[in-house]
Structure formats: structure tokens, C-alpha cells
Design a protein around this ligand. Structure first.
Ligand SMILES: Cc1cc2nc3c(=O)[nH]c(=O)nc-3n(C[C@H](O)[C@H](O)[C@H](O)COP(=O)(O)OP(=O)(O)OC[C@H]3O[C@@H](n4cnc5c(N)ncnc54)[C@H](O)[C@@H]3O)c2cc1C
Length: 617
């Protein structure tokens, strides 16, 4: 058994801070060499096979208590929240984050997607390197996944295209598949998409930016067992746990990186140990090779700041000595915005709400999951797409012109940093091109995501992910206490355009619900109610309802030094000899898809870089 003491007395070649999505990917690949690898995570391994993590859909219903969830559950979730948002009437936005081996992949919504080719090519522009673009990432997207082709198409006569098949990996660790359970509304939603003029495509994942996938989207579910496939079972299975050269310490909070004092005033400061706290006692473990920080977008900046790497003003205010002046640490936070609307469906229409409103259906589905790993409890993929702002606007007869002028005026009136200027050029280019999706509508055959749910009523939820915000937030410490939560300020709505674009997309959701054949199944507008009609009403709704879909990125940004980047194109912190950051915090710009597949791919790619740079074998 690994104890804080035994970990502290081990000499490591590599220590990984955080055994989450990226951290366990690195641990697996690097410990396949002879390097001695240590991992420290604040959470624990879910050895009990808790259905709360393993059951893909509404695990609370599966265990007979629909109120039970991992969100806000201290066994699995850090339970963060934003600071009050000044552009949203002071609302506080919850920020769930995995605190368990496997990190946020253990508590996410399982969507398994890639962004558009152009979105990853933008990363290469911001870091000015051929290392990062869609083509260099594609082998790693594939390396991460073991993809099973869809068998149950939304529209029966369409088959997986050769392009879709060629873009997938079939020998990776994360099990991915397509949903096999269909609610009554799924096909009707797909047909309504088509009736609104958006053709179904067979090819969502090979860099094609526009898609309404014929099969739904893939999800990280094991087709054999029906269970969630996440970083812990995928990358830290029994064979990996048995490796002598991999040591994982659970339940320990990393407080800081310690530096070799002889290197402090050099061009490349060198980490020589990692400090961590268990039950109030502080320990440290020595490292001779590298420290890899994979604590995630919300926590990696905190670990750096506590280690003296960051903006000197912020560090001094918290009483921390400055080791490296890096004003970019904790800045440039970007996220995907979430808007949720609900509709009541007519009696008799099968939705997943039946799991909580129909006892016979519940018992049937519990048995199906337990015996065959099939049925409603494996539901994870959805009818969804990726639409341009022009696509939304054409559909709802909105004139985007004045909104786009407003965005340009806003950009012109600001004193932009070099980084933001470069990012906004790329975003504007994608926006104006009209061929990159800016928002993702998604249909979920269940309700109650917002508003008060009436008993014995079944709903469908239509949600909008707004993917390319212009607003930039930040995450910083305001205390030297490693157990204190960082201050999280996504700064939502700092650019009016973001909320206006979300409003245009959200209005489109109602249009979608009112299009045949899905309109025949819906009996009532629930949230927002039918009296929300004017643009002003919708603006007010958006302000009151916008939240996060939990895809924050960018707080330890990979960009050129001139642009104010924190890590270089090999993910090493500028000014250090041996510290890299490898997780979602390094993403230089938003991608128009949920981000877990990109996190795995970045960690897979980083593993190869480290093996090459350290000459590991
Ligand atoms: C509720 C939710 C739903 C989501 N839905 C989807 C989805 O459907 N599809 C999708 O693609 N993406 C989704 N995401 C996003 C995706 O899961 C994350 O972006 C991704 O898992 C982040 O990986 P990471 O390695 O950057 O961080 P994480 O996986 O969060 O790993 C960070 C790890 O570091 C540990 N840690 C942090 N600080 C310390 C410290 N000081 N000491 C010790 N350990 C520490 C944490 O405990 C954690 O295990 C969702 C995320 C959430 C939270």
C-alpha cells in the first residue's frame, strides 16, 4: 500500500500532479518505459464500482434515489463555484470538477467529439509551431480511442461513411460507441433538423466543421458492459496498477513545487521536489527528471501560483515569494456557455423521464442494465449538431448585421493584449467564414434541467452550447492556503456579443421544437414559458439562465512568449528546466466540441514528446 511516507521516500524520475484525464494518460504511457513515475491526486480510486460513476444515464434513478448524483458530492466533486458574475446580475455559477482518480472524465456527460480542423490549426498559429494542428493531433485522437461503429442509425437507410471509419482508432484505451437506446423523440428531432434545411452527415469527426450526425455522436461508454469508460478504468487498469515503477498516492493535496535553490536566478529554474499535504501533515517527494502538472484548468494555475510562478502582484498579495514572473498564469480563461430550455411532451411519448415516473419501465431498465449492460441507463449520446451563426440566423430570420457591427465596435474600443488580438482575429475569421460551427444545439429526451418539474409529466430538454466566446475570465489564488478554493471568474458576458449569440441560438431551439414531426409530440412550452417572445424577453432569459457546460480551458495557455504564453510548444513552462503543464488549461483557443477527446489526445501527444525529450525506453 502506498502511504504518504512511502511516497516521500521514493526517488522519482517523473511526478505527475493530478491523476485526472490527462494525468492518468501520462501515467500509463510513461510508466510503460523504465522511468519511475509518481502520481498524486486529492481524490481516490473508485474501487467499489459505484453506480454513481459507472452508470451513464441518471445513476440516481438506477439506485432508486433520483436525487443522488456525483455533482456536489464531496466524494467525487471539488464543488467549486464562480465568483458573482457582474454581467449576469451577480449570479454565482457552479463549477463541478472531478476529485477522484480519473478526474473530470469520471463525472462528465460522456460526449466524445472532436472539433473542426480549422480550430486545431488555430492552435498552431498561436504557438507558431508545426507541432500543433489537426493533422498532428489526428493520430492521437485515434490512439486514445477504441471506437465501435454505430449500429443504430437515426435515419435507417444511412450507413457509416468510409471517411468516418477511417478517422477513428480501434485499439486505444477509451471505449467509445454510439447510443443504442432510442427515445420516441430522437428520430423526430433528427427529421425536424432536416426539415429546417440542415442535411444529416455521416462524417462528424474527421475535421469536417458542420455536422448533424446521422448516428448521433459517439460517447465514452463501454459497449460490452454499458458502463462509463473514463481515465481510471481505461488507463489505470489492473495490468498498469501492477507496474512496480508506477506509484499512485491518493487523498493527497499538492501544495507546491519545490525548486533547486542553485537554479533560482538562472534562465531555467529546476524543480527538485513536490510538496503535498495529507490530513494536515506536509510531505515532499524528490524528483530528478520532470514535474508534470495535470491538475486541470481550475487547479493547475493554483499549483503554479502557490509555487511562486505567476503575476508578482497576485503572488505578493497572497504572501508568496516570486520564483518566476508569469503574468499569463491564471488568465485567458475560456469556456463553453450552456443554455437549457424545457418542453412538455404529450402523454404516451417515451422519454427517459419514464425512469422516474413509470415504475414498470424503471424495473425493466434496471434489469436490462444489470444483466446485459443495455437499455435506457446506457443512454448518453444525443441528437445534436454544430451550426454556424449564419445557419441559426437564416432559420429564425434574425439580421445578424447589427450584432456583428456591435461586436466589431466592442473589439475596436478595447485596448487588447497581443494574445487577445491574435485570438480575436482567428475567431472573427471563423465567424465571418460561415463554415465553422459556433453553437451546438442538443436534444435530451428528459426534462427538469430547469424550472419546476410537475409530477407525472414528461419533458424534453433542448440545450445550446455556445462554443466560441470572446469574453475572457481568470482564476487566481487569494490565499497561500493550498486547501482554499481558487477564485474562479469566467467573466461571462463581458462581450455583449456572447450573450446575443447565445440568445440567437436559444431562440432557434424553440423553432426546432416547433418544426414537424417533433412539434406533434410537444404539448407545451415550459422553460422559457410561452410569454417570452421579444428579443428583450429572450435577452433577459439568457442572462438569468446562462451557465457553463464545464469545458474551461486556457488558464496556463500554450502560446508564443511574445503573445504572453505560459507554456511552449512542448508544454514546458517558459523559464523552467523541467516543469510541463499537460491538461485542458494549455488549450490556446476554444474548439467547437466537448473537450475530453482533445484532452486525451494532448496527453497522448505529450507522452510521446516526453519519452523523446528524456530519451526514455
Ligand atoms: C460536469 C462535467 C461534464 C462534462 N461533460 C463533458 C462531455 O460530455 N464531453 C466532454 O468531452 N467533456 C466534458 N467535460 C469536460 C472534460 O471532462 C474535462 O475537460 C476533462 O476531463 C479535463 O481533464 P483534465 O485532465 O484537464 O482535468 P481533470 O480530469 O479534472 O483532472 C485533474 C485532476 O487533478 C486533481 N487535482 C487537482 N488539484 C490537485 C491538487 N492540488 N493536488 C492533488 N490533486 C489535484 C483532481 O482531483 C483531478 O483528478 C465535462 C466536465 C464536467 C466537470
Amino acid at each position: 500500500k502506498v502511504t504518504p511516507e512511502s511516497f516521500a521516500s521514493t526517488n522519482f524520475d517523473i511526478i505527475i500532479v493530478g491523476g485526472g484525464t490527462a494525468g492518468l494518460t501520462l501515467a500509463n504511457r510513461l510508466s510503460a518505459t523504465s522511468a519511475k513515475v509518481g502520481v498524486i491526486d486529492a481524490g481516490h480510486y473508485n474501487t467499489s464500482g459505484d453506480p454513481l460513476l459507472d452508470v451513464p444515464f441518471n445513476p440516481g434513478a438506477f439506485i432508486g434515489d433520483p436525487t443522488q448524483t456525483f455533482i456536489g458530492n464531496p466524494a467525487y466533486d471539488w464543488g467549486f463555484a464562480s465568483v458573482p458574475q457582474s454581467n449576469l446580475d451577480g449570479r454565482v455559477i457552479p463549477y463541478p470538477r472531478g476529485k477522484v482518480l480519473g478526474g473530470s472524465s469520471a463525472i462528465n456527460n460522456l460526449a466524445w467529439q472532436r472539433g473542426a480542423e480549422k480550430e486545431y490549426d488555430n492552435w498552431g498559429t498561436l504557438i507558431n509551431s508545426d507541432e500543433w494542428n489537426f493533422n498532428t493531433l489526428l493520430p492521437y485522437f485515434k490512439k486514445a480511442e477504441n471506437w465501435t461503429a454505430p449500429t443504430n442509425m437515426l435515419i435507417d437507410n444511412l450507413q457509416p461513411s468510409p471517411e468516418l471509419v477511417a478517422a477513428q482508432g480501434t485499439s486505444g484505451h477509451v471505449q467509445t460507441r454510439y447510443n443504442t437506446f432510442r427515445a420516441d423523440v430522437d428520430v423526430a428531432f433528427a427529421e425536424a433538423f432536416e426539415n429546417l434545411g440542415f442535411p444529416l452527415t455521416p462524417d462528424p469527426d474527421s475535421g469536417n466543421p458542420m455536422f448533424i450526425p446521422q448516428a448521433g455522436i459517439a460517447d465514452s461508454v463501454d459497449i460490452q458492459t454499458g458502463k462509463r469508460s473514463y481515465a481510471a478504468p481505461a488507463y489505470y487498469g489492473p495490468d498498469v496498477r501492477a507496474r512496480d515503477n508506477l506509484v499512485v498516492l491518493e487523498g493527497a493535496v499538492v501544495s507546491r513545487i519545490l525548486w533547486d535553490p542553485t537554479t533560482l536566478n538562472s534562465d531555467a529554474v529546476k524543480a527538485n521536489a513536490v510538496e503535498y499535504i495529507v490530513d494536515g501533515t506536509t510531505f515532499s517527494a524528490n524528483v530528478t527528471g520532470e514535474v508534470l502538472v495535470s491538475a486541470g484548468t481550475l487547479k493547475s494555475p493554483q499549483v503554479l501560483e502557490l509555487s511562486g510562478v505567476g503575476n508578482p502582484d497576485i503572488l505578493k498579495a497572497a504572501g508568496i515569494d516570486v520564483t518566476l514572473n508569469h503574468t499569463g498564469v491564471g488568465e485567458n480563461m475560456m469556456d463553453h456557455l450552456l443554455l437549457v430550455t424545457d418542453f412538455v411532451v404529450k402523454d404516451g411519448v417515451l422519454t427517459l423521464d419514464w425512469l422516474t415516473t413509470n415504475e414498470t419501465f424503471l424495473a425493466e431498465q434496471q434489469a436490462l442494465f444489470a444483466n446485459e449492460g443495455q437499455g435506457a441507463f446506457t443512454y448518453a449520446s444525443r441528437v445534436t449538431g454544430s451550426l454556424t451563426m449564419q445557419g441559426f440566423a437564416n432559420s429564425t430570420a434574425e439580421d445578424l448585421g447589427p450584432l456583428l457591427d456591435g461586436l466589431q465596435n466592442d473589439l475596436d474600443s478595447r485596448n487588447l493584449t497581443a494574445l487577445h488580438s491574435a485570438q480575436y482575429d482567428l475567431l472573427k475569421n471563423m465567424l465571418d467564414s460561415g463554415n465553422i460551427g459556433f453553437a451546438t444545439p442538443i436534444a435530451l429526451p428528459r426534462g427538469g434541467a430547469t424550472g419546476v418539474v410537475e409530477p407525472n409529466t414528461n419533458y424534453v430538454t433542448l440545450a445550446l452550447f455556445y462554443m466560441h466566446e470572446f469574453s475572457r475570465g481568470n482564476i487566481h489564488i487569494n490565499s497561500s492556503d493550498p486547501n482554499a478554493a481558487p477564485l474562479i471568474d469566467p467573466n461571462f458576458g463581458d462581450f455583449k456579443w456572447d450573450l446575443q449569440a447565445a440568445r440567437v441560438g436559444t431562440q432557434w431551439l424553440r423553432k426546432w421544437a416547433q418544426t414537424e414531426p417533433i412539434s406533434d409530440m410537444i404539448s407545451e412550452l415550459h422553460v422559457p414559458p410561452a410569454n417570452v417572445t421579444s428579443d428583450e424577453d429572450w435577452d433577459a432569459f439568457v442572462k438569468s439562465a446562462v451557465g457553463t457546460i464545464s469545458h474551461p480551458i486556457g488558464t496556463v495557455i500554450m502560446a508564443t512568449r511574445e503573445l504572453g504564453g505560459v507554456v511552449d510548444d512542448r508544454l514546458k513552462v517558459y523559464g523552467t528546466d523541467n516543469v510541463r503543464v499537460i491538461d485542458a488549461s494549455v488549450f490556446p483557443l476554444t474548439v467547437g466540441a466537448p473537450i475530453q477527446q482533445s484532452v486525451y489526445a494532448v496527453a497522448e501527444k505529450a507522452s510521446d514528446m516526453i519519452i523523446a525529450d528524456l530519451n526514455l525506453s
